[in-house]
Design a protein around this ligand. Structure first.
Ligand code: C2E
Ligand code: MG
Length: 593
């Protein structure tokens, strides 16, 4: 807008020269008394100079060639800030004032937009401005006439009407009409970001009794308290809505997991569990929550609301104070995962974690070279659980850090025991989750495990996933460098699955590729996988990396791998993951040699 500022010094001269042209040629009055040209000019000049409307004209360079006093009073000399195409407060459709002038210069018809501007007291005011293109002799627009009017009162009024239509006066939360109005846009937004949206419908379990016993005023207080708790507990993007009565809704975008929604629902239930103090007495309140998900449960707002509603009634039927998904199987799975998550806290401390060791062998004849430590959780009720059941839960609730530290410590201690008195030391491979890099100082944890056990760093390999390296997190790169400097080796687990960006291999201190077992599976069938494994091995060789083939189950697979100069392998052919009491005699027997 700087270029648009009125140059007050030469304004009057320019204005005087142009005002006649600006107003157009006045028609001769048909009345008895004929006015002179000068009188006409005076008349129009007075009209314009005293008009409360903002009037200005701009040339093709968007410079002001005339601005009336009302326009000049705007701080900055005629600058409006933003044009809003539609509703006040809607960022979509924002257009710069100068852009409007430019667009009008190219147009043949007038356009209108609303703008914010600073009032004389520094308050934010609104103006509706009409831009009229003024064609010159050649037909193209030479100037733009802008005529604006202050509409601050109208905007405030409009806002008030919107507030009344879309917001609940008791809690100030958006209401059902707002939800219906906004839900389609929220769903479209989720589509664009490939996200899910959870719709949680919440109903208080015994609100009627509160109303009946304590009266409506207390009921209102309680509803306000509930809305405050919902607002306090919500995440940044969530929207809390009062649907009516004692029914609320939460619109929650989530990435991919039902667990996120289950966690949101149980947090709400916990937040409501605290008693509300009304008129000095404590009122206890519980709620039932129904959850539907877009796009899985329904593709439109009405269906989602209906499903969330019926799931909420299902939660009530089974006693209230709980949540239910639209799909009962999801509810069971989510509850199970949450219970697992809770039980994982302290599992390491309670001695419920166990490491199994799977042999890694040298196909060139050197026999057993080490083992991969594979975690199991000896759940007090469900028995021995494999990592696919609990690692994701541990990552989600953060217990992966404490579990990962336990695994590191236990694996280092084990390899120290095995290598005592052994001429050629064995190596131990430990799987680490990406969350251990993000939520924890992994290098420090590794250092602590090495120091506590007396394990040489050269005996330890950390297995990470390709996806971790593709996250482009500086912290990951730094940690890998630190580990490398310490002498700890890094292996890429499940190499070749899902990602094609292998340029990362040159950026990080990687020493080993573990070829995923999906490539090894039919390597003996001489299909495409054979060519891929060949390519991976030759690439690793030229980069100076070791290769371990995973999931070797048959002698034929082992033979093919050996013929491709793949030196190391792991799989059921050589040994399943086994407890240490079994692994030690296995290692001593030299069975694999
Ligand atoms: P992974 O690192 O790829 O581990 C190899 C998995 O393949 C193991 O499953 C192992 O039992 C299985 N396996 C080994 N040889 C064969 C074979 O010849 N045929 C077949 N079909 N399978 C074979 P497991 O123990 O269930 O572990 C699954 C995954 O859990 C591991 O995949 C690893 O990503 C993760 N995991 C295991 N322990 C830990 C841990 O301590 N921390 C973390 N963060 N993740 C772990
Ligand atoms: Mg592994």
């Amino acid at each position: 807008m700087g270029a648009l500022l009125v140059q007050l010094a030469d304004f009057r001269t320019r204005c005087d020269a142009r005002v006649h042209k600006w107003l157009g040629r006045p028609r001769r009055p048909s009345g008895a008394r004929r006015r002179t040209g000068h009188e006409h000019e005076q008349l129009f000049r007075t009209l314009i100079e005293h008009s409360p409307d903002f009037i200005a004209r701009y040339n093709r360079r968007c410079e002001v060639v005339y601005a009336n006093p009302a326009m000049r009073q705007i701080p900055g000399g005629g600058g409006f800030r933003l044009a809003l195409a539609a509703e006040v407060g809607t960022p979509a459709g924002q257009l710069d004032y100068e852009d409007c002038i430019r667009v009008t210069l190219r147009a043949t018809s007038a356009r209108e937009s609303e703008f914010q501007y600073d009032g004389p007291d520094g308050d934010v005011r609104w103006a509706a401005v009409r831009f009229v293109p003024e064609p010159g002799e050649g037909g193209r627009s030479e100037t733009v006439l802008a005529v604006g009017r202050d509409i601050t009162d109208i905007v405030h009024y409009r806002e008030k009407v919107r507030q009344l239509a879309f917001f609940d006066p008791l809690t100030d939360l958006p209401n059902r009409a707002w939800l219906k109005d906004r839900l389609p846009a929220a769903l479209a937004y989720a589509d664009a970001g490939r996200r899910q949206i959870g719709l949680l419908v919440l109903d208080l379990d015994s609100f009627k009794e509160v109303n009946d016993v304590l009266g409506h005023a207390c009921g209102d207080q309680l509803l306000r308290a509930v809305s405050m708790r919902l607002l306090q507990g919500k995440r940044g993007d969530d929207a809390v809505v009062r649907l009516g009565g004692d029914e609320f809704a939460i619109l929650a975008p989530v990435h991919d997991d039902d667990l996120d929604l289950a966690i949101i629902a149980s947090r709400i239930l916990m937040a409501l569990a605290e008693p509300v103090v009304i008129d000095g007495s404590e009122v206890f309140m519980t709620a039932s929550i129904g959850i539907s998900r877009y796009p899985r449960d329904g593709s439109d707002a009405a269906t989602l609301l209906r499903y969330a509603d019926s799931a909420m009634y299902a939660a009530k039927r089974i006693g209230g104070n709980q949540f239910c998904f639209h799909d009962p199987a999801t509810t069971r799975a989510a509850v199970e995962r949450m219970e697992l998550g809770t039980a994982l806290h302290g599992a390491a401390h309670a001695g419920e974690l166990v490491l199994l060791y799977q042999p890694i062998v040298d196909l060139g004849g050197a026999g057993l070279v080490g083992a991969e430590a594979l975690l199991r959780w000896n759940h007090p009720v469900r028995g021995l659980l494999t990592p696919d059941i609990f690692i994701k839960v541990a990552e989600d609730n953060g217990t992966i850090v404490e579990i990962g530290d336990w695994v590191l410590a236990a694996a280092c201690e084990a390899v120290v025991r095995w290598n005592a008195g052994r001429a050629v030391p064995m190596r131990i491979s430990v799987n680490v989750s990406g969350r251990q890099f993000v939520m924890n100082d992994l290098a420090r944890s590794v250092q602590a495990a090495l120091a506590a056990s007396g394990c040489a760093p050269q005996w330890l390999t950390l297995e990470i996933t390709e996806s971790l390296l593709l996250e482009n997190d500086q912290n990951v790169g730094r940690t890998l460098d630190e580990l490398n400097e310490m002498g700890v080796a890094i292996a890429i687990d499940g190499f070749g699955t899902g990602y094609s960006a292998i340029s990362y291999l040159g950026h990080f201190p990687i020493s080993t590729l573990k070829i995923d077992r999906s490539f090894v599976r039919d390597i003996d069938a001489r299909g495409k996988n054979l060519a891929l494994v060949k390519a991976m091995i030759s690439m690793a060789e030229s980069l100076g990396l070791d290769v371990v083939a995973e999931g070797v189950e048959t002698q034929q697979q082992a033979d093919v791998l050996a013929s491709l100069a793949c030196h190391r392998a792991q799989g059921y052919l050589f040994g399943r993951p086994m407890p240490e009491v079994q692994f030690v005699p296995y290692a001593q027997s030299g069975k694999v040699l």
